[in-house]
Design a binder for this molecule. Structure first.
Ligand SMILES: Nc1ncnc2c1ncn2[C@@H]1O[C@H](COP(=O)(O)OP(=O)(O)O)[C@@H](O)[C@H]1O
Ligand SMILES: [Mg+2]
Length: 294
């Protein structure tokens, strides 16, 4: 079960040693390009690399190329929306960002604060502050939600937390997300309704405190009240963690009314075909994906 705590991805390559990745995490300057210094008030401040940089990313699944060169920058504190029709490659990108080994990077790179994480295992990425809320969360029979969160957060923080230490935070967030307090003792996603699975993903986001949150269709399967609670939860996490970057993958504009994005990107057939401000999502709602189809 340890791997569950450290990697939220099924089928992760756990044989791959990633001790060197951890060393790099604790020595962020090594192997990193030098960035210019800019004066900020009276202090010299490191102008760091973007939080997330996707650079010419090509991804294949079972030998078929699905993503044909994706470029995307997400800065600290920014919320970006990734929209696109079904089958355009949104989940492929989300899974690749988290290092799911089923998705083979055949070109380009993913960088987190300038560090090339393209070859990192999912658990190293999670420890480095990346988080993916799955479109289709897996059921994990026998592992209660509280236990899962305890292990995941302990791995993230590099210390052993007790269930007691976590219970309060979990209870608070269950309340904020409109969830039953008994939820924490249920087995992870087992018998959860579609809406409960999505709220549980946001509960994990809130408790794990990532630096980069990727939400893959967290709005799907939610009625409007649940969608508001979920979006409100994400906004509360963002308020408390102002530097967190967020990539919201969604099919519909509705979620973006609750989670206003700085930037909107449209993906069609494995390519980003348009990027713009929030008006792009509104335009899309009016016209559908038709104008952007090949
Ligand atoms: N595990 C997989 N095995 C084979 N094909 C896949 C797999 N995942 C995705 N695909 C294919 O990749 C394309 C993009 O899928 P996906 O990333 O799920 O799109 P979206 O999330 O935008 O709906 C689709 O044509 C889909 O059939
Ligand atoms: Mg998808």
């Amino acid at each position: 079960m340890i791997q569950l705590a450290t990697s939220r991805l099924d089928g992760a390559d756990r044989s791959r040693p990633h001790a060197h990745n951890q060393d790099r995490l604790h020595a962020p300057d090594r192997g990193r390009p030098h960035f210019p210094y800019r004066s900020s008030g009276n202090r010299l401040k490191d102008v760091s690399a973007p939080l997330l940089e996707i650079d010419g990313l090509h991804v294949s699944v079972d030998g078929t190329e699905i993503l044909h060169g994706i470029d995307l920058l997400v800065g600290e504190g920014e919320l970006h929306a990734l929209m696109g029709p079904n089958g355009s490659g949104k989940s492929t990108l989300a899974n690749t960002l988290m290092g799911n080994p089923a998705y083979e990077v055949t070109g380009g790179a993913v960088r987190l604060r300038g560090e090339d994480v393209t070859a990192w295992a999912p658990d190293a990425r999670a420890k480095a502050g990346m988080f993916l809320a799955f479109q289709y969360p897996e059921e994990v029979p026998g592992v209660p939600v509280v236990q899962f969160l305890r292990r995941a957060l302990s791995a993230r923080r590099g210390m052993d937390l007790s269930v007691l230490e976590l219970r309060l935070a979990i209870m608070e967030w269950l309340g904020r997300l409109g969830m039953d307090p008994a939820f924490g003792d249920r087995y992870l996603n087992e018998g959860f309704s579609g809406g409960e699975k999505k709220r549980n993903e946001v509960l994990q986001l809130a408790v794990l405190e990532p630096d980069l949150a990727i939400l893959d269709e967290t709005d799907s399967g939610l009625d409007i009240d649940a969608l508001r609670l979920v979006a409100g939860g994400v906004q509360e996490v963002r308020r408390e963690r102002a530097a967190m970057g967020t990539l919201v993958v969604t099919h519909y504009q509705r979620l973006l009314e609750e989670l206003p994005p700085e930037r909107v990107h449209i993906m069609v057939a494995g390519r980003i075909v348009a990027s713009g401000g929030p008006e792009l999502a509104i335009e899309l709602e009016r016209s559908g994906y038709e104008p952007w189809l090949p």
